[in-house]
Design a protein around this ligand. Sequence first.
Ligand SMILES: NC(=O)c1ccc[n+]([C@@H]2O[C@H](COP(=O)([O-])OP(=O)(O)OC[C@H]3O[C@@H](n4cnc5c(N)ncnc54)[C@H](OP(=O)(O)O)[C@@H]3O)[C@@H](O)[C@H]2O)c1
Length: 357
Amino acid sequence: MVRDGEVIGEGFHAQLGGLHAERAALADARARGEDPAGATMYVTLEPCAHEGRQPPCTDALLEAGVARVVIASDDPSEKAAGRGPGMLRDGGVEVEFAAGAEAAAARLLNQSFRKHARTGLPLVTLKLAMSLDGLTATAPGDDPWISGESSRPLVHRWRSESDAIAVGIGTVLADDPLLTARLPGARQPVRVVFDSEARLPCGSQLLATLDRSPLLVVVAPDANPARLSALKDLGVELITASGESPADRVTSALTELGRRGLTSIFLEGGRVLAGAFAAADQIDESKIFIAPVLLGGTPSAPRAGGAVGGPMGEEALATAGHGGSPSPTGPARRSALESSTETVGADTLITSRFKEW
Ligand SMILES: NC(=O)c1ccc[n+]([C@@H]2O[C@H](COP(=O)([O-])OP(=O)(O)OC[C@H]3O[C@@H](n4cnc5c(N)ncnc54)[C@H](OP(=O)(O)O)[C@@H]3O)[C@@H](O)[C@H]2O)c1
């Protein structure tokens, strides 16, 4: 919030259910002894006009007597779009929308909110690490990490910035991961395992750490009822994904995850599940590490969990997952809208965006 070229208050939406950025900025201005009346408020997203977890921001702006609101991006949700700016104008506030690069940058800041608002589905970011010989799985008994030490704090930060982390049961059976964000004070994402037949071992680390964050297991409609009730008794939440192909079941699961209010998923593999997300055209962004190592496997090398660990052949991709029925559409090429490369320790990190919401 600005008056006479001076910033008099700042705020951001720190967490779901917490104060929206506008109310946080008004509170900050008052805490600094500043009166927001007559000031200009710059916002990344149009102020809301509806009663949600928080009262409408437009009411707070009108009550405070803010003179001008500059909005960097529209709100794509049906219940909100255009209402806030309309009410502000009706209340005598000057409203201006940013355009060009500033508007695009603001939209990119809010991709998970925008995808969820427009489609009901969470934004999906695929993270994978691969060796120079194109492998994504290490040999049984070897360190499961392919990327170097320097990548780990980044991965934990990305986990903490996501509402959920997802992996396939092949990864759980091979690595017995925790899937927590291990940084001081980190927000813990919900953990999701795609496991059609409810094979998740009762002694897994995921089940031993339910006090740290919830665990959702995505199962098929015909999963063994005894396995399902065993998992339920241990405190797992079950989601039933239906559909003919692995890709259809990915979309079915994402629909349910979105319905539960999860707006972003950090997809950590393995390769079979990543292939099904790609076949469903549900990868919005990716972060791929290429590590300067040779793992020396062969494309068809069998791995724990019964899935393949090498480069994904078309046949393997089409038959991935429960039932092995081929995807009706098959894998589809999608080129990145934008891509950038950086060095992280000895690794190369390629960050790509495939869709813009
Ligand atoms: N390099 C990396 O970044 C990275 C990341 C993660 C894992 N890994 C490595 O990759 C290996 C495991 O990967 P993986 O490819 O073998 O297995 P995965 O992708 O972790 O799991 C695949 C399994 O998930 C289940 N699944 C449930 N619903 C599915 C759906 N809709 N679509 C596809 N699959 C579905 C299927 O088994 P059901 O039909 O029985 O459910 C499928 O066989 C491990 O060695 C691990 O260390 C590497």
